[in-house]
Ligand binder design. Structure first.
Ligand code: TEU
Ligand code: CA
Length: 566
């Protein structure tokens, strides 16, 4: 595997609106990020991804951009951004921006011009089609946020295409002028000094322009947009052009959000891939229902373990994926992946151990380091997220009661991850002195950064310790490049088969070392038999004492260990 600068780094996602507010308007801002850089540095973070801060009407929280060259005043100014860039560089940190180019906002000047003159130049910037006798054109797809992908343009026969909300028209990537505009914009930001991008929803840019009708999968006569995307081949060619025209020239770091990576990981990551890396969304996909939130089931531990290992092994020696337990589109990882008996401090540390010791780029989401939890809203009105409102309606239309539908939102709403960061025990968790734009989770008295920084036993201190181990002179090589071997699934050189237990165990091997990571997600204590009675050194443990004797490792419920096997 060809080595590169970001391989041994640790990354962190900031959702700026909820991070830290410095001017009391209830909205997090760029100056807030600048103020907290030292905090992130102390945790051991190198790469920071900031969710969109461009000018936007905020129909989808900034993922609807009306000017790619402007900072939205809610977040600050271009000067603030430049200062943020300088301050990150001073600290040997890297800033990456969100790149949202599958679609723009309906308020973007291109789209406004297209509306005025669908047959003119800007009509070609989007996918416009004439309807059929008062009905939408062919392509009976259900947009990600509900309803048809086709929206009529008033006063004309035309419809425009949107994979997400109707306020997010898709850009026509087959138009060379559009591609040129996008590449120009990307290079402008790279010239400014951003280290790269997290690339939004990029798999959607390739369409079958015949927009064939497909077999409906719902009562609405529509078919899930994902099925359309999956039927289209060859997006990689477009992505390679994108890379050559932009990122490659700057050795930029790129991380793509795509959900079909199961197909051919080598097309996407590694030296020849379209991107530096991609997120491993395998575990996330387990959380979703087949048709929507209303039919989602809790994550099964053994399925999760299998998915984690599949994700790890498919990368082979090609490159790294980024490992996450949550982001701004998902509920909190501790609520999703920990069984009820493990939703406590020990359990959270156990999950952290797995997340940080896997092979690949550890990618934290704000608040993960203190174990922030899902936040129950009182009514559907209190949710802000467009996707949540749609899923609530869908659940109701499937016959769920108000309470049941709310329960789906409580489990899966994207707002769970978007509540303000819990800095301290002060009012509004120290996030703002004004009125926070979204409810602060009332548990901030129990869960907040200030108190966790002070305590050596806290989850925050534990994350810090895990990250420091990854970066330590002695173990950096094996924990970065060492191969991963799933243990306890079948007899391996180190462990006997424990696959029937709720234990996840794997080793990292390389640099003449063997590191064993084991975590007990079950309710009962388990005894793992190490083969050939090995000698061990404890590197990290989430409990005060590790019980190991005569080749037997006793793991209590929620216990996790990182051991060197000598
Ligand atoms: O998400 C893309 C995406 O596929 C989402 O529909 C995702 O499946 C959904 O949030 C359910 O978890 C990206 C952004 O991360 C998201 O915040 C935006 O809303 C979306 O693109 C549109 O830009
Ligand atoms: Ca503010």
């Amino acid at each position: 595997m060809k080595r590169t600068w970001w391989h041994d780094k640790v990354a962190y996602q900031i959702y700026p609106k909820s991070f830290y507010d410095t001017n009391d308007d209830g909205i997090g801002d760029i100056r807030g990020i600048i103020e907290k850089l030292d905090y992130l540095k102390m945790l051991g973070i190198d790469i920071i991804w900031v969710s969109p801060i461009y000018q936007s009407p905020f129909v989808d929280q900034g993922y609807d951009i009306s000017d790619y060259y402007a900072i939205d005043p809610a977040f600050g100014t271009m000067n603030d951004l430049e200062e943020l860039l300088e301050e990150t560089k001073k600290r040997d940190m890297y800033l990456i921006m969100d790149l949202v180019v599958n679609h723009c906002s309906n308020q973007h000047e291109w789209f406004q011009k297209a509306l005025k003159d669908p047959e003119g130049e800007y009509g070609q910037y989007f996918y416009l089609r004439k309807g059929k006798e008062g009905h939408p054109p062919s392509g009976n797809y259900r947009s990600y946020f509900g309803g048809s992908v086709w929206e009529p343009i008033e006063g004309t026969e035309y419809y425009y295409f949107h994979a997400f909300a109707k306020e997010q028209p898709d850009l026509n990537w087959t138009n060379p002028k559009v591609r040129k505009e996008i590449y120009r914009m990307i290079n402008w930001w790279l010239e400014k000094g951003v280290a790269g991008f997290r690339i939004d929803a990029i798999i959607n840019i390739k369409k079958d322009l015949d927009f064939p009708d497909m077999e409906p999968d719902g009562k609405d006569g529509l078919v899930s947009y994902t099925k359309f995307v999956e039927s289209v081949e060859g997006v990689e060619e477009m992505l390679q052009e994108l890379k050559q025209q932009t990122f490659a020239k700057y050795d930029a770091f790129t991380i793509a959000e795509l959900f079909n990576e199961q197909k051919a990981v080598k097309e996407y990551i590694g030296a020849e891939g379209c991107f530096s890396t991609i997120f491993d969304f395998g575990p996330h996909l387990l959380t979703l229902g087949e048709h929507g939130w209303y039919d989602a089931k809790p994550v099964d531990f053994k399925e999760w373990r299998k998915t984690i290992f599949e994700g790890q092994l498919k990368c082979g020696d090609i490159g790294f994926e980024a490992n996450i337990i949550e982001n701004h589109d998902e509920p909190r990882g501790v609520n999703t992946y920990l069984p009820p008996h493990a939703q406590n401090d020990a359990g959270k540390k156990m999950l952290a151990t797995v997340a940080i010791m896997l092979r690949g780029l550890p990618f934290l989401y704000q608040g993960q380091e203190i174990g922030m939890e899902n936040c129950r809203m009182e009514s559907v009105e209190e949710y802000n997220d467009i996707n949540t409102k749609d899923q609530y309606q869908l659940a109701r239309s499937m016959g769920l009661s108000e309470e049941e539908a709310l329960l789906c939102c409580y489990r899966l709403s994207r707002d769970n991850a978007r509540t303000p960061m819990q800095w301290s025990e002060e009012k509004n968790a120290g996030f703002t002195k004004g009125v926070p734009w979204l409810r602060v989770n009332p548990n901030y008295h129990r869960i907040n950064i200030e108190s966790q920084i002070r305590s050596e036993d806290s989850l925050f201190s534990y994350y810090k310790e895990l990250i420091a181990l990854r970066k330590s002179a002695k173990y950096q090589e094996v924990l970065t490049y060492g191969e991963i071997v799933p243990e306890a699934l079948k007899d391996t050189e180190l462990l006997e088969d424990h696959s029937d237990r709720d234990v996840i165990a794997f080793s990292r091997r390389g640099d003449g070392k063997k590191i064993l990571i084991a975590a007990n997600f079950g309710t009962d204590e388990v005894c793992l038999s190490l083969k050939n009675i090995q000698k061990i050194t404890v590197l990290v443990s989430n409990m005060k004492e590790v019980f190991y004797q005569g080749g037997e490792l006793r793991l209590r419920s929620c216990e996790a260990v990182v051991l060197e096997i000598i």
